[in-house]
Design a binder for this molecule. Structure first.
Ligand SMILES: Cc1cc2nc3c(=O)[nH]c(=O)nc-3n(C[C@H](O)[C@H](O)[C@H](O)COP(=O)(O)OP(=O)(O)OC[C@H]3O[C@@H](n4cnc5c(N)ncnc54)[C@H](O)[C@@H]3O)c2cc1C
Ligand code: SF4
Length: 528
């Protein structure tokens, strides 16, 4: 059995970032990833391959609350979901860290205040090369530094939309983007500003994903080892149940075991819960670190809507995800509760409609779909869904994930949609032609759109109501941590990845201190 100082399971936004932060310490680190490297191939940028043939979606089958199987939109690769993400890298609002009253109930406070996370957000923005412009977003929390790179410019149709929204009295802003675009010196820009970014892998490695900016740089350190095609299947403890002593891993079909002083689970919210539940033993009969019965509960994934507006003029925008609108984030004059965030989503194309709605588009001529795509302006609306104990991950008898989920905050979600609709008449669009588009939900089972999955192992100060303490260490097992979106006590209404990255840096500092290792300095300093 090989031994390490730290084992990290999962190489996405949480695990990949953590390993990047720990790598310069010289500690022996094993990164275990169930997927392989995502192949670099022309299909990376093919809408037909990505959206119709689901080339990069895992064949995993999960069950919904009724026991019906579905294919979740999960991506098992080095870099995790960030390989396919839209790279909109938002901070949660300061208020999201406190208790917030919503239409359907309370969104609970985080165990740490925004101020504690702030330096790590700044560091994560630097590590992931976020492009943005402070001072435009009316809900933006205080920041310790400007964005490291200038905002990605709007293309003319989106600039027009921004101007029209501003004329209507709103405060649109440049969305924070994790793409390595250098508009001042395009011949040297890694990013070529293409239309196949949001939901696609980046063929030229110019997206700020966890493979490119975290795992690869970490592997330059000889003390870091990456094991791919390696699925952690169980964590074993000593007889007292207070320490993980072994990680059982299925490596290309063969069982191997590893050990480490510290074990970090970062498999994504559903899979992290699965691993803990599958690791039940005599001392932890309900699943590892699950004496509180909280593992798997409080699953959230945003109450989102992808909608398509038809512009009177054509919309030739290539990279569309440059604008955000948070005027309704905390409510409006006619509605006292938070509604959420409006942002652009990647420009839609005819093959995407076929992939999303195969039955509805089966008889539609390609030309019609192409005309629609030429006029489409695509929005993504996120309303916070509340953490509910009954929205939860459990395992069926065969060990498969079962995801029970009932949406919350349907009213604010509806209101947000109508707000957008009422604005479109001011913005050169047909207000009656707002079409719900299930961009990330390619089947009719909404629960399959797990892109923003969070919760399931929330952190808190009370071991009876949380799984992890404020350092993201399990209350019950001394050397076991969970560092991904699982720890979120609430999800807010902005995209979750930057928060997972910042939190990984925060926990990383705690682990360095625990191991007596110095915090990285100079070019490797991620914080400060
Ligand atoms: C299409 C799409 C678009 C998105 N757009 C945005 C966006 O614009 N902005 C944003 O903030 N967020 C976006 N997200 C969400 C964002 O990618 C996730 O919130 C983030 O990656 C979550 O980080 P994580 O560490 O929790 O999980 P992941 O990044 O998914 O990492 C989990 C890793 O664990 C591995 N793993 C799972 N089980 C095991 C096991 N048993 N053993 C070993 N390895 C395992 C997985 O293969 C994966 O690599 C998007 C997601 C998708 C799918
Ligand atoms: S827009 Fe830039 S980062 Fe995104 S896929 Fe295209 S080249 Fe890559």
């Amino acid at each position: 059995m090989s031994s390490y100082d730290v084992i990290v399971i999962g190489s996405g936004a949480g695990g990949g970032t953590l390993v990047r932060h720990l790598a310069p310490s010289g500690k022996r680190i094993l990164l275990i990833e169930r997927g392989d490297w995502l192949p670099r191939e022309p299909a990376n940028w093919s809408a037909a391959d990505v959206f119709v043939d689901n080339r990069y979606i895992s064949p995993d089958t999960w069950l919904d609350g009724t026991g019906k199987p579905f294919q979740p939109q999960v991506h098992y690769f080095v870099g995790g979901a960030t390989k396919l993400y839209g790279a909109a890298l938002y901070r949660l609002r300061k208020e999201d860290f406190g208790e917030l009253r919503h239409h359907d109930g309370i969104s609970p406070a985080w165990p740490i205040p925004y101020e504690e996370m702030e330096p790590y957000y700044t560091a994560a923005e630097r590590l992931y090369q976020v492009h943005g412009q402070r001072g435009e977003d009316p809900t933006e929390p205080p920041a310790g530094a400007p964005y490291p790179f200038p905002a990605v410019s709007h293309e003319p149709r989106i600039q027009q939309l921004s101007d029209d929204l501003a004329k209507a009295g709103l405060r649109p802003f440049h969305a924070p983007c994790g793409i390595m675009l250098n508009e001042a010196n395009t011949p040297y820009s890694a990013c070529v500003r293409c239309a196949t970014c949001d939901g696609f892998p980046c063929l030229v490695h110019a997206k700020s994903d966890a493979e490119v900016l975290a795992v690869r740089p970490a592997l330059e350190h000889p003390n870091v080892v990456l094991l791919t095609n390696a699925r952690a299947v169980a964590l074993r403890t000593d007889s007292s149940g207070s320490e993980v002593t072994r990680v059982d891993v299925d490596v290309n079909g063969a069982r191997e075991t590893f050990s480490a002083d510290i074990v970090v689970v970062s498999c994504g919210a559903a899979n992290s819960a699965k691993l803990l539940l599958a690791s039940a033993n005599d001392r932890h009969p309900n699943g590892l670190a699950n004496g509180s019965d909280q593992v798997g509960r409080n699953y959230t994934f945003h109450n989102s809507q992808a909608v398509l507006a038809l512009s009177k003029e054509e919309n030739p925008t290539v990279f569309q995800k440059t604008l955000g609108l948070n005027d309704f984030y905390f409510g409006s004059d006619d509605f006292d509760f938070p509604m959420g965030n409006i942002q652009m989503v990647g420009k839609s194309s005819a093959p995407m409609y076929r992939g999303e709605k195969p039955l509805e588009t089966k008889l539609a001529p390609t030309r019609t779909l192409e005309t629609m795509a030429r006029h489409a302006v695509d929005f993504w609306l996120s309303t916070e869904d509340l953490p509910r104990p009954d929205n939860r991950v459990t395992l069926d008898r065969d060990g498969r994930i079962r995801l029970r989920y009932t949406p919350s905050n349907e009213e604010p979600k509806k209101r947000l949609y109508h707000k957008l609709k009422s604005l479109l008449a001011h913005a050169g669009m047909h207000p009656d032609h707002l079409i719900p588009r299930h961009a990330y939900l390619k089947t009719d089972i909404p629960v399959a759109g797990v892109a923003h999955q969070a919760g399931t192992c929330r952190f808190g100060s009370d071991p009876h109501t949380s799984v992890l303490n404020r350092d993201c260490r399990t209350h019950e097992v001394d050397n076991l941590y969970v560092v991904d979106t699982s720890c979120f006590p609430s999800i807010g209404a902005v995209n979750p990845a930057l928060t997972a990255m910042a939190n990984a840096l925060r926990v990383g500092d705690h682990l360095l201190e625990r191991m007596g290792a110095p915090r990285p300095e100079g070019e490797h300093a991620n914080v400060g």
